[in-house]
Each structure stands twice: as structure tokens, then as C-alpha cells.
Design a protein around this ligand. Structure first.
Ligand SMILES: C[S@@+](CC[C@H](N)C(=O)[O-])C[C@H]1O[C@@H](n2cnc3c(N)ncnc32)[C@H](O)[C@@H]1O
Length: 285
């Protein structure tokens, strides 16, 4: 069944307003693939009827339910492995050393989907804490989609999900098998706090973090929106902190406020120090 142009345009307008995610021309099929599982629940049997319902019904909850289905939530444990190796061997030990006085680290996973990314970080941090006793590490994980966060908070993953990227010894150490699912152990689960957050909304209550992971979400935004979010990320990363993006993402062309550090097959973005201000002369150097 084909999707009418006006219905496609209406839904992609709503999606961009809701999440900043831009659906390009030619992605009409995505509507059919991702929305048809909602037909029974919404008592409709075509995209055209769904659009009618969305236009008629002013319920934000309904709109959110539909639009979240169009977001790509693909993720897996230790996705792309190299950034996680870099975290384990270089970035986190350096941050622990740099924060020795405060003995506190703050990490933020900014589009965490169903939780595999923050739990991967938590497993690494858990190992490192043996070398850096007395530290407290807060891991905040946020996403726009409540459905993802519910799954993430449950800490339950299918056999297929734990088979993607998670090393066997990590599975044995940090998960417990419960019938058909694997449950993340409490020791790892309690390290991560999940919270709903739209990157384009308010970041009130999100403290500056020493490490920010914002992986595989910028790719869905248009250039101006990417710039806006990278600018906000720069303001939310602590001095001496670091930002990690997805493998196909970069700050190049978006911001001049980061140094790019290549470490093997992974890249890291370090905020440039603020320019010193010549207070006496009142002249900015
Ligand atoms: C492809 S997943 C990436 C998950 C994880 N970071 C990774 O790299 O494996 C993209 C996530 O971004 C979320 N997302 C999309 N737009 C968002 C927005 N405006 N604010 C917050 N999260 C958003 C989606 O819900 C989805 O969970």
C-alpha cells in the first residue's frame, strides 16, 4: 500500500517538531514498516486513517506513541567496541586521576535507547573502581522515548540482545538468567539513573558531566539542529572532560570548540579551554 505524499509530509513535520529527527524523501516505506504494528491498537488500517486520527485527536500521548515508533533505537552492548576500549584504557583512568581531589565523576549518556550503552559504561566503571577506591560515579542515561527507558530500567535483555557485543565473561559476571531473559545484576543497575529527556527541550537538572556519550543520534538531525545540540553539549561538558560521538559522527563543520583526539580507531572530543579574558584592560585577548 503506498503512502500518500500529504500524509508523509504531515507525519514528518510532526516528527521533526517532536524530536528534531528529519525523514528524507524516499523514506515513505518507513511509515508502513514502523507504524503498521500499531494499527490494531489504534483501530485504524492505513497510514491515511492514522493521520486523520492524529489530526482529530489532540492527545499528546497518542502523538508521542506514534512518533516514537519512527525513531531508530538500534543499539547493542559495547557498540563499535573501539570507543569502549578507549574508555577503559585511557579516557576513564585519566579522568579518575584528574578528579582525584573530588573523587567524583559524572557521566551522561544522552540518547541511551534501551540501556545497553550506559550499562556497558557501568560495567567498565565497575572494573575500574577496584583501582580507584573511594570514588563515586554517577551515570545518567536519558532518551526521548519512554518505551525505551522502561525497557532500559527493567535491565532485562533477550538472548539475542546479550549475544550482540557483550563478552561472555561480562555476561557471566554481571547478569543473571531468569527463564527467557538475562537480568542485569543490581550492582550494575543501581549505577545508572534513567530519565526522559528531549535533547531539544530543557536540560534543567542535567549537571555538567566529565564524560558525555552522544552516539548515533546526531545523524538523524539536520545541520542546524546538529550545531545547536553540539553547542549545548559543549556548555554541558566539564573543563577537562570529554565527549564521544557515534562512529559516523563528528564535530567537524559543527563546532570549533573541541579538540579532536584520535585514539586508534576511536575519536574523542575535548572542549577547548575558554579564552582568558584580560580583566584589567577589559580587552579580550
Ligand atoms: C540509534 S539510537 C542510539 C542508541 C545508543 N546511543 C547507541 O549508539 O547505541 C538513537 C536514540 O536517540 C533517541 N532520540 C532521537 N531523537 C531524540 C531527541 N530529540 N532527544 C533525545 N533522544 C532522542 C531515540 O529514541 C533512540 O533511542
Amino acid at each position: 500500500m503506498s503512502v500518500r505524499r500529504e500524509d508523509f509530509d504531515y507525519i514528518r513535520m510532526l516528527l521533526k517538531e517532536h524530536s528534531g529527527v528529519a525523514l528524507e524523501d524516499g523514506k515513505e516505506y518507513l511509515l508502513e514498516v514502523r507504524l503498521s504494528p500499531l494499527y490494531d491498537e489504534m483501530k485504524v488500517d492505513s497510514i491515511a486513517e492514522m493521520v486523520q486520527l492524529l489530526r482529530r485527536d489532540n492527545s499528546a500521548a497518542l502523538r508521542e506513541r506514534v512518533l516514537n515508533c519512527l525513531l531508530t533505537n538500534e543499539t547493542y552492548f559495547f557498540r563499535d567496541i573501539h570507543p569502549f576500549e578507549m574508555l577503559r584504557t585511557e579516557v576513564l583512568p585519566e579522568l579518575f586521576a584528574a578528579r582525584a581531589a573530588k573523587r567524583h565523576l559524572r557521566i551522561w549518556s544522552g540518547a541511551c535507547s534501551t540501556g545497553q550503552e550506559p550499562y556497558s559504561v557501568a560495567m567498565i566503571v565497575n572494573d575500574l573502581l577496584e583501582r580507584f577506591p573511594g570514588f563515586t560515579v554517577e551515570i545518567l542515561a536519558t532518551d526521548i522515548a519512554e518505551e525505551n527507558l522502561e525497557r532500559a530500567m527493567s535491565g532485562q535483555y533477550s538472548h539475542a540482545e546479550v549475544n550482540r557485543g557483550l563478552p561472555a565473561q561480562m555476561l557471566i559476571r554481571h547478569f543473571t538468567k531468569k527463564e527467557a531473559v538475562w537480568q542485569v545484576n543490581e550492582s550494575i543497575r543501581r549505577m545508572v539513573t534513567f530519565r526522559k529527556l528531549n535533547l531539544f527541550g530543557s536540560w534543567a537538572g542535567i549537571d555538567r558531566a566529565d564524560l558525555i556519550l552522544l552516539r548515533n543520534v546526531l545523524i538523524y538531525f539536520e545541520q542546524d539542529a546538529k550545531k545547536e545540540i553540539i553547542g549545548r553539549i559543549r556548555r554541558n561538558v566539564a573543563d577537562g572532560g570529554a565527549v564521544i560521538l557515534g562512529a559516523s559522527e563528528t564535530v567537524l563543520g559543527l563546532s570549533e570548540e573541541f579538540h579532536i583526539v584520535h585514539a586508534g580507531k576511536a575519536s574523542l572530543y575535548r572542549p577547548k579551554a575558554a579564552e582568558p579574558v584580560a580583566v584589567l584592560s577589559g580587552v579580550k585577548r
